[in-house]
Write a protein that binds this ligand. Structure first.
Ligand SMILES: Nc1ncnc2c1ncn2[C@@H]1O[C@H](COP(=O)(O)OP(=O)(O)OP(=O)(O)O)[C@@H](O)[C@H]1O
Length: 256
């Protein structure tokens, strides 16, 4: 199945267009490439995200859904890149009708050879000596702040896992800068419920992969999140709903 899809992408791009598959998720295939889609003077590292047509869906409905999700993700990328303080990949190009998005590549390889998303970064520091360093604390505070800025601008992510937060190290000072990626489920929302769910999803993700240090990590994430809010009443409402979402989650897991 995946060979067939890769072949389809290769045919679409042209047989000499260099691509390397780096991820195959539920929604999309993600490729790395060293070529810009239409300007060879801009050749560097890019990501091509391709949403294949789903054979289990009616063809026409599938076309509408694929196009809608692709356009939605592009729109989010563009909106967010114009928002002060938010770090997201740069939108390069899109062919929504065929389910393609090009964007700049974020991140790098960590010391242990893994990709620099938040999950792997925390894994790399998953020992008593490194878990609570100033470096880890600053990363989590800044991640929290990114989410806070997103929410105060009335946007929600919709799939806030620790793999959808990518860290990039600044050349000048070695500081890790967090970027948010994967806006397939994101959008404009003023609802405290959506914001509370975003916070809960990330809290659960940290708890499930880094349980030993999760309490402190989530405390730092929340500390950074709070720093992004100027309106304390808005913040109180979101945190109140976050607590309610948590309670619902706990009840659900108790009942099985
Ligand atoms: N701009 C980017 N820069 C670097 N890596 C990226 C970028 N976009 C996506 N990736 C890589 O590809 C993976 C999958 O991308 P993305 O989450 O957007 O697709 P998805 O199909 O929604 O994935 P999933 O179903 O696993 O959530 C990411 O976890 C990341 O490793």
């Amino acid at each position: 199945m995946s060979a067939e899809l890769i072949d389809h992408v290769q045919q679409y791009l042209g047989k000499n267009f260099p691509i390397k598959l780096i991820s195959q998720g539920a929604e999309a295939l993600v490729f790395e490439t060293s070529k810009h889609p239409f300007d060879p003077t801009l050749d560097k590292e890019y990501i091509i995200k391709y949403r294949p047509f789903k054979k289990y869906r009616h063809e026409q409905i599938d076309r509408v859904i694929t196009k809608k999700r692709t356009v939605g993700e592009c729109r989010c990328l563009v909106k967010l890149s114009n928002m002060e303080g938010i770090n997201v990949p740069q939108f390069i190009a899109s062919d929504p009708h065929n389910g393609f998005i090009w964007q700049s590549k974020i991140g790098q390889t960590l010391k242990d050879g893994t990709f620099s998303n938040l999950r792997n970064f925390l894994w790399l520091n998953n020992n008593d000596k490194n878990a609570y360093t100033e470096e880890v604390k600053q990363v989590l505070l800044n991640v929290g702040k990114q989410i806070g800025i997103l929410h105060t601008n009335q946007y929600v992510h919709g799939d806030l896992t620790s793999s959808n937060i990518v860290l990039q190290q600044e050349d000048c000072n070695g500081k890790w800068v967090p970027f948010l990626i994967d806006f397939g489920l994101s959008g404009y929302s003023t609802l405290v419920e959506d914001k509370g769910v975003d916070l809960y999803v990330l809290e659960r993700a940290i708890l499930s992969t880094h349980s030993l240090y999760a309490e402190k990590y989530n405390e730092w994430l929340l500390e950074g999140y709070k720093q992004a809010y100027q309106d304390q009443e808005d913040l109180t409402q979101v945190l109140k709903r976050f607590e309610e979402v948590r309670l619902r989650g706990r009840k659900r897991s108790m009942l099985g």
